[in-house]
Design a protein around this ligand. Structure first.
Ligand code: ATP
Length: 459
């Protein structure tokens, strides 16, 4: 998609962030961190279904970026790195946001660039109380800590604000052992920390989060072409996983927006309840990182092209996305309500591969041998797909619970099961019910998981 064919702001927003927060809490996806102590600002913990959903998001990224390709290898670098890393990367000097503080009543702190977006004209005022604002001060976003027992400048280390630098400093190691040549990539999933001035919007912007990053090394001449290819790949990843195409778009950064390392960046944006916001950044970092690390470390970080008989510093294309932010987009996109027999139901229409639980096995009633039979079906099924067993309460209530966590298929053991060894298979979205022999159930669900899927919200 290009800037010209972007959807307009008039798209209806079906769900509020409050509804998403409430469902996440009610169904045990996401909790406020340290809740019994009143919570820690903008910090969250993931409960059972949240962990399963996040794992699936990471798994799908891993599958398309690493497993299904020949040209990408894995890395898991340490969170703590030599402090020179952050001098070389430019983070000590340049990883700052302009901080302004209200001089009026409320004394709140703001990011000047955010305020300028909201108040493009005239002198900036505090959005909370209308007070004057201080001069902007550059605020470094890196968390500092100390290594070892002595707390002095020499012991200062940083919690990494991105995983990318762990990849760049390992470029030589990987090149030597992975038997790859450009174009090739190194992928990593891991925690990152940023002391954000204005975190918020639930898990959209937090100070601790997880990133999925690919650094893709290419010969300099083909960098723009690979930049384009990765934009297309990454857009396709989101829409293949069910994100509605009119809720996602690419936006190219203007020259004044570019980070210190970037030659060109495009963001994938999603229409969150608070409006279009960055979901993923796809940057052409040029040779900035390898050149800087070579300079600061004294190691040669280049590739020797045997055929041409010369060495060069590869350029880097970087698709970088937050696990938590992507998870939020998938929940928002999936959240839906409809009516069944006059009663409203909330349903997460997640892509089946993202759904935390694929099948719920339910005895129709708690008698006539059905619980034992259902339990046996469940124990067999869970070896093949993530499944859950539930016998408490009315069948309607149990279905509604599964709808809210996004379980795509309900397997009901009923009277007929006891006669002919078939079960009822109920589809979360169409509500269609079909009869499937128990012997073929796992194969049927595995086949359904492989099929392309389209959000029913598009129909
Ligand atoms: P912003 O300008 O909004 O602060 P950024 O452009 O600095 O963000 P990048 O450095 O491009 O962000 O980070 C890559 C991706 O990592 C983002 O697209 C987002 O998905 C995720 N991300 C970045 N910061 C946060 C955060 N504080 N909380 C959650 N996810 C984040």
């Amino acid at each position: 998609m290009t800037a010209a064919d972007q959807p307009t702001e008039t798209v209806t927003r079906e769900v509020t962030l409050d509804e998403v927060v409430a469902l996440s809490k009610r169904r045990g996806f996401i909790f406020q961190s340290s809740e019994i102590y009143g919570g820690l600002a903008s910090t969250y913990d993931y409960g059972h279904y949240g962990v399963l959903l996040r794992n699936n998001v990471k798994g799908e990224w891993w599958r398309t970026v690493v497993q299904e390709r020949d040209d990408v290898v894995a890395l898991d670098a340490a969170i703590l790195m030599h402090p020179r890393t952050w001098e070389a990367s430019g983070h000590l000097e340049g990883f700052t946001d302009p901080l302004v503080q209200c001089l009026g009543e409320c004394k709140k702190r703001w990011r000047e660039d955010d305020l300028r977006e909201r108040q493009p004209e005239g002198e900036l005022k505090c959005p909370e109380c209308g007070g004057d604002l201080s001069e902007p001060r550059r605020f470094n976003l890196m968390f500092e800590t100390h290594m070892g027992p002595v707390q002095d400048d020499a012991s200062t280390v940083y919690l990494r604000p991105e995983t990318a630098q762990g990849i760049f400093v390992n470029f030589k190691n990987v090149l030597q052992f992975a038997r790859k040549k450009p174009p090739f990539g190194i992928a990593q999933i891991g925690k990152a920390f940023r002391n954000e001035i204005t975190p918020g919007n639930f898990i959209f912007r937090t100070r601790e989060f997880e990133m999925m990053e690919l650094e893709y090394f290419v010969p300099p001449g083909v960098a723009p072409e690979w930049h384009r290819r990765w934009m297309d790949e990454r857009m396709r990843w989101f829409t293949d996983l069910g994100i509605r195409p009119d809720h996602i778009r690419l936006r190219e950064h203007g020259p004044d927006e570019l980070s210190h390392y970037s030659r060109a960046t495009s963001d994938i944006e999603y229409l969150f309840p608070m409006g279009w916001s960055e979901l993923e950044g796809i940057a052409n970092r040029g040779d900035y990182d390898l050149t800087r690390h070579a300079e600061f470390s004294g190691e040669k970080l280049e590739y020797f092209d045997q055929q041409a008989g010369e060495a060069y510093v590869p350029h880097v294309i970087e698709p970088s996305v937050g696990v938590d932010r992507a998870t939020l987009a998938f929940i928002v996109d999936a959240y839906d309500t409809d009516e069944i027999e006059g009663r409203e139901r909330t349903v997460l229409r997640l892509h089946p591969r993202l759904a935390p639980v694929k099948a719920a096995v339910l005895p129709l009633v708690s008698k006539a041998g059905m619980p034992d039979r259902a339990r046996a079906v469940y124990e067999e099924l869970r070896r093949r797909v993530p499944a859950e067993y539930d016998e408490g309460g009315s069948i309607g209530r149990r279905y509604r619970r599964q709808d809210e966590i996004g379980t795509p298929w309900g397997v009901t053991v009923d009277g007929q099961t006891m006669e002919d060894d078939t079960v009822t298979l109920r589809d979360r979205d169409s509500l269609e019910q079909s009869r499937v022999p128990i012997a073929g159930l796992a194969d049927e669900l595995a086949a359904r998981l492989e099929r392309p899927w389209r959000s029913p919200k598009l129909d």
